[in-house]
Design a protein around this ligand. Structure first.
Ligand code: NAD
Ligand code: MG
Length: 398
């Protein structure tokens, strides 16, 4: 491997993407690559953090909950690691000197630690799409200003990144969507879907929040916004197509009629390894694509009636960046409420839509203007959470 000596940090090491990142690092270390780990973080999973410390030998490990500092010190005792807890410690993990940072915390909670890495001009492997949806233009501006390199890890964006050979000759992008567990399920049945059913994704094994987002297709809507901010294309130049085999990870259509795509088995270690080895490629034992096994590749138009999330996301993107901040925050609140069985599956999009309508009605200025600072972003995020929470409570009581 070319990049011997690339120092790395992993934000969200105990999650699905975090664990896949550990696997890739271990495999490359097994081939003789020197990949020192500077910092890792977790939410509240001390056992998972201790296990990651044993495998990665980082210098610094942080948990999100400040109340867990003493427990974290005990859990990591003897592992030769400095321990931190709370928001400042998560930011410290991003700020510490490392060449490459995996951003794999879920939700807007990942924004501040990722920004700490962006501000010091690191290579940032971006799995956390909510960072971009929440603070897109400011995030991209900061990356440009500080010379940070953004390496998309979300499989669709990684695919586009891999085949974006002529950025100014692109006619449109097409994001592929698996369709999730309810691709062919009727609205009547979806109304009674349980968290376990919503999290049983047919193709990918992922954290619970993104699994629910995949079931509502909100994930694809968030990815539409992510692609718009990341690659700088307007909403009308980005299509979504349902592709149940999850083999083609996205398409780039060029002005001469050529369409380039990246194909791979649905295995997150592939985009992770690509980002880690970039601009080289690494030899990794990821799932190989056997096209004769896949048989046929099929594509269908998403059903906007059963999956309103896509249009909600498109509308927010057209309204502006405060609207995408609000949408993502409202969705986080709604998904939490669904995972805790306080609301029903179809209420998720209802809450997001009503929260957006309520903010537009009561606080039109807030949604219409473009946030000019991260403090503005935080204010919009908070207002959307309050609105969504209020609607979730009223739906739960109904
Ligand atoms: P996950 O739930 O499995 O893991 C999330 C990680 O964040 C864990 O380490 C958890 O401890 C930590 N965390 C949770 N809440 C936190 C908080 N408030 N503060 C600090 N840390 C916190 O999630 P995942 O599936 O690994 O997804 C991570 C991110 O990557 C998400 O933004 C998701 O959309 C994106 N992503 C995931 C996949 C996938 O295949 N899992 C694919 C593409 C993009
Ligand atoms: Mg994706």
């Amino acid at each position: 491997m070319t990049h011997l000596g690339r120092t790395v940090s992993i934000l969200g090491v105990t999650g699905s993407v975090g664990q896949s990142t550990i696997q890739v690092i271990e495999e490359l270390r097994g081939q003789g690559a020197d990949i020192p780990v500077e910092a890792i973080t977790a939410g509240r999973n001390l056992g998972g953090l201790a296990e990651a410390c044993r495998r990665l030998r980082p210098k610094f490990a942080a948990v999100s909950d400040p109340a867990l500092l003493t427990a974290a010190r005990e859990a990591l005792n003897g592992l030769g690691v400095e321990v931190g807890a709370g928001p400042a410690a998560l930011e410290e993990a991003g700020a510490r000197p490392s060449d490459w940072v995996m951003s794999a915390i879920v939700g807007a909670a990942g924004l501040a630690p990722t920004m700490a890495a962006v501000r010091r001009g690191a290579m940032v492997a971006l799995a956390n799409k909510e960072c971009l949806v929440c603070a897109g233009p400011l995030f991209i501006e900061a990356a440009n200003a500080h010379g940070a390199t953004l390496l998309p890890v979300d499989s669709e964006h990684n695919a586009i990144f891999q085949v974006l050979t002529h950025r100014d000759r692109v006619e449109k992008l097409t994001l592929t969507a698996s369709g999730g567990p309810f691709r062919t399920t009727s609205l009547e049945t979806m109304a009674w879907a349980t968290p376990a059913q919503a999290c049983a994704h047919p193709r990918w094994s992922m954290g619970r929040k993104i699994s629910v987002d995949s079931a509502t297709l909100m994930n694809k809507g968030l990815e539409l916004i992510e692609a718009a901010y990341l690659f700088g294309f307007p909403s009308e130049k980005i299509d979504v197509i349902v592709h149940p085999e999850s083999t083609v990870h996205s398409f780039v259509h060029y002005v001469d009629g050529s369409v380039l795509a990246q194909l791979a088995s649905p295995d997150m270690r592939i985009p992770i390894a690509y980002a880690l080895a970039w601009p080289d490629r690494a030899t990794v034992s990821t799932a190989r694509l056997d096209l004769s096994q896949v048989g046929s590749l099929t594509f269908e138009t998403p059903d906007a009636a059963r999956f309103p999330a896509l249009n909600l996301c498109r509308a927010a993107l057209l309204t502006g960046s405060a609207a995408t901040t609000a949408l993502s925050a409202a969705n986080e609140v709604a998904v939490d409420a669904f995972l805790e069985s306080r609301i029903r599956f179809l209420d998720i999009c209802r809450i997001v839509e009503e929260a957006m309508n309520s903010l537009e009605g009561s606080d039109a200025g807030l949604i219409a203007k473009t946030p000019s600072s991260f403090a503005d972003v935080a204010a919009v995020d908070q207002a959307a959470r309050v609105a969504a929470q209020r609607i979730a409570v009223s739906l739960a009581a109904a």
